[in-house]
Write a protein that binds this ligand. Structure first.
Ligand code: PEP
Ligand code: MN
Length: 279
């Protein structure tokens, strides 16, 4: 029987490594000492883009103080317009490494293409595959050969099954350290940048043993929705959050309108920590 027919007749068969059947216990992924999955709730925070050393270190120190456990930041940015800021590239990675040295927090950053894979891999503690690349199969296969954890974001128009099949590519290559991320999908609604599919969290937890976190920043595109969506995400079982934070959102090179100010992020962390007691 060829495998395409198997997918139609028996969907579970195609999810050999990601399905709960193959691994009944929840997987816990270790990101340089920070454990994501199981009962843990981990918050990843930082700016959309690394802009300069002062900006990044300021934000890194503030989010650490508020209780974030992993730093995010983009050095290679997948921008919709070729005229928008494209990222500081390796200079951005160096700044992130410095922030790790100063705060002790692991770093996650996006790897956009095969060309830069080995370079980004040499700096990052976790590699992000962005929504636009969720079905870039060459990139997924290369990620499967990496020894670093992979944060795989759901594609803008990807089904839950397609997300799990993308994770399957990475796992089939030998890398079992995969964390999924629901970051909103495109619907007919335009008030928010995307529509946060909260059902994806329990759905993934029914189907798979892999950890799943929520990115309310790209899901909504609005800083004033981050707090309620974050709490909703934790309430439906998310293993964590990835939140964009900026000390001066009005001056941000990218995604300022969806970035929380430092004090608002601190408020959010107080509420999330309270929620941890009854989840
Ligand atoms: C990001 O996290 O910076 C990003 C570009 O996210 P996404 O791939 O979900 O759009
Ligand atoms: Mn962003």
């Amino acid at each position: 029987m060829n495998s395409d027919i198997d997918i139609i007749s028996n969907k579970q068969y195609s999810l050999k490594l990601t399905s709960k059947d193959s691994h009944p216990e929840d997987s816990i992924v270790d990101v340089d000492g920070v454990k994501i999955g199981g009962k843990n709730i981990v918050v990843i925070a930082g700016p959309c883009s690394v802009e300069n050393e002062e900006q990044y270190i300021t934000i890194a120190k503030a989010v650490k103080k508020s209780g974030a456990e992993i730093l995010r930041g983009g050095a290679y940015k997948p921008r919709s317009s070729p005229y928008s800021f494209q990222g500081l590239e390796e200079e951005g990675l160096k700044i992130m490494k410095k922030a790790k040295e100063e705060t002790g927090l692991p770093i996650v950053t996006e790897v956009m293409d095969l060309e830069h894979f080995t370079l980004v891999e040499s700096y990052a503690d976790m590699l992000q595959i962005g929504a636009r690349n969720m079905q870039n199969f060459s990139l997924l296969k290369r990620a499967g050969k990496s020894n670093k954890p992979i944060l795989l974001k759901r594609g803008i128009a990807a089904t839950i099954e397609e997300l799990l099949l993308a994770a399957e590519y990475i796992m089939a290559g030998g890398n079992t350290k995969v964390i999924l991320c629901e970051r909103g999908i495109r619907t007919f609604e335009t008030y928010t940048r995307n529509t946060l599919d909260l059902s994806a969290i329990p759905a993934v937890k029914i189907l798979s043993h892999l950890p799943i976190i929520v990115d309310p920043s790209h899901a909504s595109g609005r800083w004033d929705m981050i707090n309620p969506l974050s709490k909703a995400a934790i309430a439906v079982g998310s293993h964590g959050l990835m939140v964009e934070v900026h000390h001066e959102p009005e001056k941000a090179f990218s995604d300022g309108p969806q970035s929380l100010k430092l004090n608002k992020f601190d408020d959010l962390m107080i509420e999330i920590n309270k929620m941890k007691n009854f989840i």
